[in-house]
Ligand binder design. Structure first.
Ligand code: NAD
Ligand code: TDX
Length: 332
């Protein structure tokens, strides 16, 4: 297959492109606008004969129409992805997440192209800490932030295009990813690179919020499985049973990096901060037989710390500007 991967120069998209080119004989065209979150270097070393990067915007209907017409399938990762940014400037989230997705599904409908939409568990809102239930494919949508509401909107557009126009689409909603190539604005790489720089990690509020962590390589294998074997029109939740509260994550990072466990600061909490996410991925596991390879979050985190230590050239250029932005927001 020839895949068009939008947002392939971002964190999860680039992990997917590496995974596909390593484990299949599919070829890949990445369409990426190289916003502040995209990095060409995340795609270094890929085979020229099976890989191409097109720098462009997913709201560019002419470009999207041509590239979609040339592809056998579209895997749509491109998004504005950071909750904190969406609280300070929501507009790009509407443009990319809503209008961009609309532009892609219109092209896929016209050309009859198979479409896989990447989304997030945040569309379901949040859970109480002691809620015995986790999110399933049946959980009602209830997003909290400008980011998650635009992702929810994009999911609903895809669902409507399946029902109204017969778009051959699947959707996946995944939990929080960690691993190589994640921007230093995000929680785990921000704290790892802070410790490397001799700066104390920054915990929002009391740090009791829970996220359900999955390694990006496991997200990639799940998406490939759904693309190749998923039932058209279906939604699959992707998760690896990795619930951890933020304070434990910071303490684990500090210990793994040889620092005292309590060497972190509390900073201003995020407005509207979701308390807990948790994914039940039974459908994906029983229907399609998918399993995560990283069973142990601490082992995955240790690999990730090693990656950031060894790839300072990849993240260094973004660190100062990212921390300056947090400083302005009172979260530094
Ligand atoms: P990211 O911010 O690291 O990467 C986004 C990429 O999209 C960047 O390369 C950027 O240049 C590109 N992009 C942004 N706007 C564009 C536009 N208008 N046209 C073309 N390219 C554009 O994001 P990520 O964390 O890799 O997330 C990828 C996808 O996965 C998103 O759809 C996100 O909602 C979803 N997701 C993320 C997580 C997570 O934990 N990070 C979890 C579940 C789902
Ligand atoms: O410095 C920090 N301190 C802190 O305590 C930062 C940056 C974050 N946090 C907290 C907020 C969250 O509870 O850590 C948790 C994780 O924060 P983020 O990395 O910003 O992720 P989150 O808001 O949970 O969203 C992520 O997972 C779901 C991705 O950014 C989304 O794109 C995805 O949909």
């Amino acid at each position: 297959m020839k895949l068009l991967v939008t947002g392939g120069a971002g964190f999860i998209g680039s992990n997917f492109v590496h995974h596909v080119l390593k484990t299949t004989d599919h070829s890949v065209v990445v369409l990426d606008a190289l916003t502040y979150a995209g990095n060409r270097a995340s795609l270094d070393g890929l085979p020229d004969d099976r890989f191409e990067l097109v720098v462009g915007d997913i709201t560019d209907a002419v470009l999207v129409d041509r590239l979609t017409g040339e592809a056998d399938a579209v895997v749509h990762y491109a998004a504005e992805s950071h909750n904190d940014n969406s609280l300070h400037d929501p507009r790009p989230f509407l443009d990319t997440n809503i209008v961009g997705t609309y532009t892609l599904i219109e092209a896929a409908r016209k050309h009859g192209t198979r479409f896989h939409h990447i989304s997030t568990d945040e569309v379901y809102g949040d859970l109480e800490l002691d809620d015995p239930d986790r999110f399933t494919e049946q959980t009602p949508y209830n997003p909290s932030s400008p980011y998650s509401s635009t992702k929810a909107g994009s999911d609903l557009l895809v669902r409507a295009w399946v029902r109204s126009f017969g778009l051959r689409a699947t959707i996946s909603n995944c939990s929080n990813n960690y691993g190589p190539y994640q921007h230093v604005e995000k929680f785990i790489p921000r704290q790892i690179t802070n410790v490397i720089d001799g700066v104390r990690p920054k915990l929002y509020g009391a740090g009791q919020n829970v996220r359900d962590w999955i390694h990006a390589s496991d997200h990639s294998s799940a998406v490939l499985t759904i693309l190749e074997q998923g039932r058209i029109g279906e939604t699959y939740l992707i998760g690896a049973d990795g619930e951890e509260d933020n304070r434990s994550v910071v303490e684990t990072i500090l210990e793994a990096m040889g620092q005292p466990k309590d060497a972190y600061d509390h900073v201003t909490d995020r407005a509207g901060h979701d308390l807990r996410y948790a994914i039940d991925s039974t459908k994906l596991r029983t229907e399609l037989g998918w399993r995560p390879a990283y069973g142990d979050f601490r082992a995955g985190l240790a690999d990730t710390i090693t990656w950031y230590r060894e790839h300072e050239d990849w993240w260094r250029a973004q660190k100062a500007a990212t921390e300056a932005r947090y400083q302005q927001q009172g979260q530094a």
